[in-house]
Design a protein around this ligand. Structure first.
Ligand SMILES: Nc1ncnc2c1ncn2[C@@H]1O[C@H](COP(=O)(O)OP(=O)(O)OP(=O)(O)O)[C@@H](O)[C@H]1O
Ligand SMILES: [Mg+2]
Length: 208
């Protein structure tokens, strides 16, 4: 299955989510391919650290659509693709090929608007697609109402299903990338790990 993690907006956690999902899939014993269609090449750095440290499973990432085409023909492989508007043509080609799109959305009105624009871009340029969204970088303070409001706004958007999970703003993500580890590999019992594991289970219930 091909899953694109995308959003028009920068910094919403696309690479973080794609990396964590890919490590989780590989740990479940699935043949996993990670694609980086963002010119920033975020995965190269984090996967280099992972390789240097010798962490298993070892993952590599590819950045070309030709490799994606050949993998797409193998239904057994799990493909996770990080896309960016910086390469719009590649982003749309990947979405066309994908079985579904997952949108991490930060809890702000600007992010809701940009999610709305992303959805209409997909509808216009690709057509019908299975699309999921969830709130990433939710505020941990219980008095902050933006997360709840953003979820309600996501529920109002057409053509997208909101996943019942929140990834809160947690310091574990910073450490995770610099150490080349998914957050659940740092400490499987902390909150960030539990949230990412919930997200993975919602997206891949067949592997839990
Ligand atoms: N839930 C979270 N809690 C704390 N930090 C987070 C969380 N999600 C992402 N981050 C941090 O936010 C920053 C941006 O995340 P990331 O690079 O994954 O976003 P992106 O959408 O891929 O950005 P870009 O558009 O630049 O590619 C990173 O420093 C990452 O560690
Ligand atoms: Mg990124």
């Amino acid at each position: 299955m091909i899953t694109v993690v995308g959003n028009l907006k920068g910094g919403t956690g696309k690479s973080t989510v794609a990396f964590n999902l890919a490590v989780w899939l590989a740990k479940q014993g699935k043949k996993t391919a990670l694609f980086d269609l963002d010119p920033q090449n975020t995965f190269k750095d984090v996967l280099d650290v992972r390789l240097e440290e010798g962490y298993e499973p070892c993952l590599s990432s590819a950045g070309d659509l030709i490799a994606l085409e050949s993998l797409a023909k193998k239904p057994s492989a799990e493909v996770v693709i990080d896309v960016s508007i910086a390469d719009k043509a590649a982003m749309l080609a990947a979405i066309k090929r994908a079985d579904r799109v997952v949108i991490p959305c930060a809890p702000s009105q600007a992010d809701i608007w940009s999610t709305q624009k992303f959805l209409s871009m997909i509808e216009t340029e690709v057509g019908d697609k299975k699309i999921f969204a969830f709130i990433n970088r939710a505020d941990t303070h219980h008095m902050v109402v933006e997360t709840q409001e953003a979820e309600e706004a996501l529920d109002m958007l057409k053509g997208v299903k909101r996943l019942p999970v929140r990834l809160y703003q947690r310091t574990a993500y910073r450490r995770s990338f610099s150490e080349g580890l998914a957050v659940f590999e740092l400490n499987a019992y902390d909150k960030a790990a539990q949230e990412v594991l919930t997200l993975a289970a919602l997206l891949y219930p067949q592997y839990v």
